[in-house]
Write a protein that binds this ligand. Structure first.
Ligand code: SAM
Ligand code: SF4
Length: 362
């Protein structure tokens, strides 16, 4: 019997083309033009992920190719003022949390200044996702500028393996970054671990022990078909349910109940003996699209409603050609309104998006 599991993932070969400008198409009659950012399925969008650069100092095997990465020309990258303007409009439409990501956000010069500008907008939560390699020296400055917390990616606790997965970088520096983040008050520190079958899934219990000892939340993320090299295979995904079973056998865990409709991507669990917390992001085996509240701004100014959708609405021209805040608001509304009910990874006709993770902003 065939199933969606047998269907190969097709790589799109067509060139990336941003969607039409927000003023060039008619406004859908049923789209609200006031109130919060609600899509056609009733999901309110309150979380904005901002990619500040598509560049990175690492080349993780599940994300970027080792050589020959085509980066955006600098002239196409939004300035801090342009990012802050979009953020301000999003805030006026009910967005309450913001995450800076990339690429590696800390390779862009002056990110502390960007955080300072964004902090004046009045978000409830400003977070940063980083590979941690450049965090320690700026952790205090980021906290003073208004950053609330960080997620730090770290896929192995073994130095040699860490270097193999990330191709560059040094585990010791990343562990030091976690200490520095905690000392600076950027808490809770969450540690993102992308599991790949046969690569690092033998470290699940090591990471669980790490979470217990260090009171850090370790989040196990399923490998998604967003690697730039197009090498993703379904049999490389480590299903989250199996991860939870393995941990539960060693140290019993219990689900942390979240309110119905909680949009957080990670399912959270606490150790029954009270020694810390883990989470799983089961994007492939248990998609959570039904409660998704996220929209994205790419480094080159495209509003994107889903990691897996190529539907983009560019605001760069609006920002650079005297467009109004209402025009930016319309672009945000259009993007949210066009959002599909789910990412479709498990559908037979699923096509990988043209842009890979580091170009979208994870
Ligand atoms: N450079 C920063 C970092 O590594 O944390 C921020 C950007 S990175 C794209 C954001 C998150 O996406 C990281 O936790 C990374 O491990 C994760 N990621 C990248 N490619 C992925 C993939 N193909 N599947 C699942 N997660 C992925
Ligand atoms: Fe860089 Fe983050 Fe992608 Fe790794 S996951 S290559 S650190 S952007």
């Amino acid at each position: 019997m065939s199933s969606s599991r047998d269907v190969p993932v097709v790589l799109r070969r067509d060139a990336h083309r941003p969607g039409p400008g927000p003023e060039s198409a008619p406004v859908p009659a049923s789209m609200p033009t006031a109130g919060p950012l609600v899509d056609q399925y009733g999901r309110a969008h309150t979380d904005l992920r901002v990619s500040v650069t598509d560049r990175c100092n690492l080349r993780c095997v599940y994300c970027m190719p080792e050589e020959g990465v085509p980066f955006l020309p600098r002239s196409e990258i939004l300035s801090f003022e342009e990012i802050a303007r979009v953020a301000q409009v999003a805030r006026s439409l009910g967005v309450t949390s913001l995450r800076l990501t990339g690429g590696e956000p800390l390779v862009r010069r002056g990110v502390v200044e960007l955080v300072r500008q964004l902090a004046t907008v009045g978000f409830d939560d400003i977070a940063l996702t980083t590979n941690g390699t450049g965090l320690a020296p700026v952790a205090c400055a980021l906290a003073r500028a208004g950053l609330h917390r960080v997620n730090i990616s770290c896929d192995s606790l073994r130095p040699q393996r860490y270097a193999e997965i990330r191709r560059r970088g040094d585990l010791a520096a990343v562990l030091a970054a976690m200490d520095a983040a905690e000392a600076a008050g950027l808490v809770p520190v969450k540690v993102n671990v992308v599991l790949i079958a046969g690569v690092n899934d033998d470290e699940i219990l090591d990471f669980a022990a790490f979470a217990r000892q260090r009171a850090r939340t370790v989040r196990f993320i399923e490998f998604m078909p967003l690697d730039a090299e197009g090498g993703w295979r379904r049999d490389q995904v480590v299903p989250s349910d199996g991860v939870l079973d393995r941990i539960n056998e060693r140290w019993p865990i219990e689900a942390i109940r979240s309110p119905d409709g909680d949009p957080a991507p990670a399912d959270r669990y606490r150790f029954c003996d009270g020694a810390g917390e883990i989470g799983v992001v089961a994007s492939v085996t248990r998609p959570f699209c039904g409660t998704c509240n996220r929209l994205r701004l790419t480094a080159d100014g495209a509003i994107r409603n889903c990691l897996f959708s190529d539907d983009e609405v560019s605001v760069r021209a609006l920002l650079r050609n005297g467009g109004s805040d209402d025009g930016i608001a319309l672009a945000l509304r259009r993007s949210v309104w066009a959002k599909l009910p789910g990412h479709g990874i498990n559908d037979p006709g699923f096509l990988r998006p043209v842009r890979s993770m580091s170009m979208i902003g994870g």
